[in-house]
Design a protein. Structure first.
Length: 581
């Protein structure tokens, strides 16, 4: 910030600090909108009409540093919006011992055009030469200090994505700051104070990153970090490096748009892991990870009349976004509705090929209503040998509640064909369930996979064993010849495949109508969201997004099968004969 004539650096710092304290003390003015956004994370925590700020944060010193050393454009000092400043203070918040509140990772998920790249550039510059670490307390004030061994990384899956942030640096620092910190700013790296400190842009080649001791890593556009572009492997290396950093001081910050469910991106994995860690208290950030997002509510319509109001609520303080241009983009028939919802509504929503809306599925979870011992259930089993997952799902007969009961699949590090489903473990699980519940129906698709070196079916002997042991206790048989074997691959006019397809359609409709509830199991949800629409001559079924895809759907298949079983049982008029062993 250019210093006023006659002023001192202390006066300048005090003026910047006063500006932010006054800005952040302003009450929240609730927008006159019927589409109140979903607020996730600390930056939108409210106490009445006042925003909640962290009790202690070295970020206050960082706000002053940015105002003094950085600029929006030449001659105009850098200023955060109130929303950006709150995010900054929470990211740099510390506890009573001076340790970071969010000591591992953070995620900033916002709509396209919000200003994630400029915010990130200022944060990276602060990590390079600014007060980014706790020094000491001056009374109740947390005092910040720079990191003398700063090694900062900006990571993305393509070089083009790193350019969005790196191209901001030549004009970001003031001329005085460039001289003070001896900045040497290149297209892919920045040196400071000679070669003592370093900021580099890296892309998805994990090998050179292994063993690095970066002090801060920013991951750009994590909705594009996938297995097939080495994004997930790159993250694994970065996470390991940060975990072993000296004193555990290194942190990783993700910036992302809403992800496409089922692509198994880093953004998707992180969101699911964060939700799993929250439980009922999902609005708070726990386990050392800060997740911050402002999303349109699920019921927000994507129409010309409503879109400007929705985007206005979701954009937060990014008032520079042109609502008229965004509306034109939304109405452009070349842009799928799912993409518009992800980019402009910041909603995590399925694309047009998805079998199930993830929003609808998540809305139907009720973890507290799971199976109780002795309740009457039906179970559906889908067997695989190595490449696909082996899965087991149950449905409660009384109300149709869906619950995942078992999943066996190859660990991620295993290569194709190196892992074989543990038949003994699967059988033990099945037998335990028969003891715990009144299982009145148990169907299983044995698949046509065979034993190595023989023509024997891999699962058929075990399914026959289950038939011999359990058939007297099963009210609902798979066929007149076998109580359990239910071959979905038979797609003839009289085959099981013909029955499964309309059951899959009915399952989707029942979820969307709020008629099916489930236990909220994360793997079951992942499989449901992985599934894609698969038109057949009998109707629309579900399938993987490709024969070799690693994204499994077997639990979703079992959920459909078990729901079909319940309906078949109820329509048969048969009374339960199930018993607990």
């Amino acid at each position: 910030m250019a210093r006023l004539r006659g002023s001192t650096k202390h006066d300048e710092s005090a003026a910047i600090l006063s500006f932010y304290r006054e800005l952040l003390a302003r009450p929240y003015v609730r927008p006159e909108s019927k589409y109140d956004p979903v607020k996730i994370g600390p930056s939108w925590l409210l106490d009445g009409d006042e925003f909640v700020l962290p009790e202690r944060s070295v970020g206050w010193d960082g706000l002053v540093f940015a105002g003094e050393k950085m600029q929006l454009k030449r001659g105009e000092p850098w200023k955060f919006t109130a929303e950006q400043a709150r995010l900054w203070l929470w990211w740099y918040s510390v506890d009573e011992a001076g340790a970071f509140t969010f000591d591992r990772e953070g995620v900033i998920q916002r709509l396209k055009g919000w200003g994630k790249d400029p915010w990130a550039a200022v944060m990276l510059g602060n990590e390079l030469v600014g007060p980014c670490r706790f020094s000491h307390f001056d009374g109740d004030r947390a005092v910040g200090a720079d990191e003398p061994d700063a090694w900062v990384q900006l990571a993305a899956v393509t070089q083009e994505q790193t350019k969005n942030t790196m191209r901001l640096f030549p004009r970001l620092f003031t001329d005085d700051a460039k001289r003070e910190f001896k900045l040497q700013i290149g297209k892919e790296q920045i040196y400071a104070l000679g070669d003592q400190r370093f900021l580099q842009a890296v892309t998805s080649n994990p090998a050179p990153l292994e063993g690095g001791r970066a002090t801060m890593v920013l991951l750009n556009e994590t909705h594009w970090f996938l297995a097939n572009n080495n994004g997930l492997e790159m993250y694994d290396v970065i996470e390991r490096n940060s975990a072993k950093s000296a004193g555990g001081g290194a942190r990783v910050l993700h910036i992302t748009n809403a992800y496409d469910p089922g692509m198994d991106s880093l953004a998707e994995r992180t969101r699911q892991a964060w939700e799993l860690s929250q439980g009922e208290n999902r609005r708070n950030s726990l386990s050392g990870l800060m997740y911050d997002s402002l999303e349109a509510p699920p019921e927000a319509p994507l129409t010309a009349e409503d879109a400007p109001e929705v985007v206005s609520a979701v954009r937060g303080d990014s008032v520079w976004l042109d609502l008229g241009r965004i509306k034109k983009s939304i109405l452009d028939p070349r842009n799928p509705p799912s993409r518009s919802r992800r980019f402009w509504y910041n909603q995590i929503t399925a694309n047009e090929e998805s079998w199930m809306s993830p929003i609808k599925w998540d809305a139907q979870q009720d973890p507290e209503n799971g199976f109780q011992d002795g309740q009457e259930i039906v179970m559906f089993f889908d067997g695989s040998k190595s490449d696909d997952a082996t899965a087991l799902v149950g449905v409660r007969v009384s109300d149709g509640f869906v619950q995942a009961l078992g999943l066996w699949q190859a660990p991620p590090q295993k290569r194709r064909g190196e892992w074989v489903a543990p038949r003994g473990e699967v059988s033990q699980r099945v037998r335990a369930l028969f003891k715990q519940f009144r299982v009145v129906g148990f169907w299983g698709d044995p698949s046509h996979t065979k034993e190595d070196g023989t023509l024997d079916l891999f699962w058929q002997p075990l399914i026959d064993e289950w038939h011999r042991d359990f058939s007297p206790r099963l009210t609902l048989w798979a066929s007149t010849q076998h109580s359990i074997a239910w071959d979905m691959s038979n797609t003839s006019s009289s085959g099981k495949g013909k029955l499964f397809v309309p059951a899959a359609e009915a399952f989707v409709e029942a979820v969307e109508n709020g008629e099916i509830w489930h236990d909220g199991n994360k793997e079951l949800g992942r499989h449901v969201k992985n599934a894609r629409r698969f038109p057949t001559r009998f109707g629309v079924s579900l399938s993987k997004d490709g024969p070799e895809s690693p994204r499994k759907i077997d639990l979703a298949v079992c959920a459909v099968g078990a729901t079909l079983m319940r309906r078949t049982l109820l329509n048969s008029g048969k009374k339960s004969l199930g018993k607990i062993w």
